[in-house]
Design a protein around this ligand. Structure first.
Ligand SMILES: N[C@@H](CCC(=O)N[C@@H](CS)C(=O)NCC(=O)O)C(=O)O
Length: 205
């Protein structure tokens, strides 16, 4: 049985829970209270010295980095729909997973963390930077979805779970993209049971 250390409002945790739920994989969820500072406690730092969620334990194997966890689960459970082995589809999945971590993720954090979770202490420059980057990235994502239902073709993959967890997170800051392909794609991803279950009220709105 897997042990997942997670927090419900963490977009990085939610993408992993979405896959576990969608694929019907059993796991024990250990809540780490991000809002109470539990991620900085020595007990958790011994599990993940990056003080970040999520972390997955599979026996002696300990994995941090949400997208690495997604790949691991797919390979271990032979989830070829979620992580296709066709070369072109796999390349698209990898491209969007990396794009999500390198480009989209930091902009979403700039906006949501500083607008919503830091309250008065939010970094105004970071918010401005996040919005500027999102103005560049949303059209790129929108174009990537042109003529296809999901990022790697006509079926959802872990790239969709991963990126959609970031895009829905923007709802907290009332900064959801309005581009038509993105809006239609989000509806499709939110219709996936496992993904929908992870949506906090705020993001489902
Ligand atoms: N690259 C990491 C990022 C994880 C991450 O930033 N998690 C946030 C919650 S969404 C966190 O734990 N933040 C606390 C911190 O960075 O100290 C991943 O994809 O798993």
């Amino acid at each position: 049985m897997y042990t997942l250390y997670s927090y419900p409002v963490s977009q990085h945790s939610r993408r992993v829970i979405a896959l576990l739920e969608a694929a019907g994989i059993e796991y024990e969820n250990r809540h780490v209270a991000l809002d109470q500072g539990d991620f900085m406690k020595p007990e958790y730092l011994a599990i993940n010295p990056n003080h970040q969620l999520p972390t997955l334990l599979d026996g002696d194997i300990k994995i941090h980095e949400s997208n690495a966890i997604l790949r691991y689960l797919c390979l271990k459970h032979d989830l070829k729909d979620w992580y296709p082995d066709d070369l072109a589809a796999r390349a698209a999945v990898e491209q969007w997973l990396d794009w999500g971590q390198c480009r989209l993720g930091p902009a979403v954090v700039d906006i949501v963390l500083n607008t919503v979770f830091m309250g008065e202490n939010g970094d105004k420059d970071a918010i401005k930077r996040g919005h500027k980057i999102m103005a560049e990235l949303a059209p790129i994502l929108n174009a990537g979805l042109e003529g296809r239902d999901f990022l790697a073709g006509d079926k959802p993959t872990i790239a969709d779970l991963s990126l959609a967890s970031n895009i829905t997170h923007l709802a907290w800051a009332k900064a959801s993209p309005t581009e038509a392909n993105i809006v239609r794609w989000l509806d499709r991803v939110c219709a996936i049971d496992g993904f929908r279950k992870t949506l906090p009220q705020q993001e489902a709105a």
